[in-house]
Every structure is written in C-alpha cells, then in structure tokens.
Design a protein around this ligand. Sequence first.
Ligand SMILES: [Zn+2]
Length: 172
Amino acid sequence: MKNLTFEQFNMEPNFRTVKLKVGQIFGNAKLFKEAVREYAIKQGRSIWFPCNEKSQVQGVCKCKLDSCPWLVWASCYEKNSTTLMIKTLNDKHTCPRVQKNRLTNFAWLAKRYMEALRLRKEFKMFDFLGKVQKDYVCQPSKAQVYRAKRKIGLIIEGSLTTQYAKLWDYVE
Ligand SMILES: [Zn+2]
C-alpha cells in the first residue's frame, strides 16, 4: 500500500483498550471483525454483524432493549482491495454492560490465550478464569474456560498448527 495517510489498526497484544476510529484501516474483513470483537468484549457489549461481506461489514449492538445506537461500518478502502476502512462509527452506547458476553466463547478464549498458556504449562483453571476476568472485566462460564484450556492443551501437546489456524473458523 502506498501513501497511506490513515491509521493502520494494530491489535494490542497486551489487552489494552481497543480504540475504533473513523479512517482506521484493516488488512481485511476478518481482521476488522477481530478488532470489533475485541472492542466489544472489552466494553462488555454484545455486538454482531448484520452485514458481513469481504467488501463491507457492519457491526451493531445487540442489546436486550434493542435501541442502542452503537454502530460501526467499514467498507473497501480502494477498488479491488480487501483492505477495509471504518467509514461510520457511532461510539455511544445507551445500553448497560453485559456480564455474560456470548462473544467470549471457548474458541475466542483459546485463540486469545494460546500464547499465555503455551508459556505457562501449569496454568490452573482458576488462574485462567481470573486472568480473563482481569483482562476483560467479563465473566466467561467455567465450561467455556474449561473447553478453551482443554483445546489449548491438545494443540500444544500435539503441536497441531492446523488446528490453531482453524480456531478462527470457530470464532467466525
Ligand atoms: Zn450498546
């Protein structure tokens, strides 16, 4: 890419706040959704994608009240490119944080904490749960954390790199 004046989005590896901005660009739709997902979990919001294509993605807030105006829309940065740019963002939620976020499923947990658990072979369930709660101020179920830990264990033991690549397919 040449003459990029827009900010390229970088996923923070250390779980700091994800900031979304108009003009931010993403290598492809998958990376964009990954960032929005990260944002949503951090913010304690349940966001979904009613429009989900390679060339354009729209994310909206899926709260129980159904009236939250939060919205993000990204589409092709230039013709015949997979790069997406955030064109619209209404970053104000009128909904409360959700405690149990359906986005924090086992596949997301496994993907997000793979490296941390790879480095620490003896990671107890309780520690794992505590770390997720601290990083994201969210409360995934014990069953999700257990499944994630088990999945990570299997991948690490078997060095199943193809399995690792497949994790995002579950997340999708
Ligand atoms: Zn909302």
